[in-house]
Ligand binder design. Structure first.
Ligand SMILES: [Zn+2]
Length: 145
């Protein structure tokens, strides 16, 4: 694997969470968010700010990766809706959030970055957390095919 240039002190270069899948271009992680089990992030490994800075091939590759993760999230988490978002205003790393949404989640139907509307029942969250190993396996399976 080609060595990817890392920027010292960058939290997306130095991932401290388990990586579900990675190649020389991108990483897929499960985000550690207590209110959102199944929240995934697809991170472009080089520092690139905008999708239009990528070559067309890389843009298609990243798009396909995001949608493979979305498929796995749908299959395993069975959400009401999947939110796919790219914000990245702070870190110059293209990354896409893939977020399973449920009618009882903390912000539904608002974006997860809005003011919380409720606290999700702990048993419902625990049941979703129990699916995370299956989600990681479903993501890895899709990328390895
Ligand atoms: Zn970085």
């Amino acid at each position: 694997m080609r060595e990817v240039r890392r920027e010292p002190g960058c939290e997306l270069c130095d991932l401290t969470v388990p990586v579900v899948w990675q190649d020389e271009k991108l990483s897929v992680i499960l985000v550690e968010d207590a209110a959102y089990p199944g929240f995934c992030r697809v991170i472009w490994r080089e520092h690139v700010r905008e999708m239009s800075d990528l070559s067309r091939d890389d843009r298609l590759l990243l798009n396909e990766a995001v949608h493979l993760v979305e498929e796995a999230v749908r299959e395993v988490m069975a959400p009401l809706k999947v939110n796919v978002a790219s914000l990245g205003n702070v870190v110059p790393h293209l990354h896409w959030h893939v977020i399973p949404r449920f009618a009882d989640d903390a912000h539904f139907p608002a974006p997860v970055w809005a003011q919380a509307a409720r606290q999700t029942d702990e048993a419902a969250l625990a049941a979703r957390r129990a699916l995370l190993p299956d989600l990681a396996a479903a993501i890895a399976k899709r990328f390895n095919e």
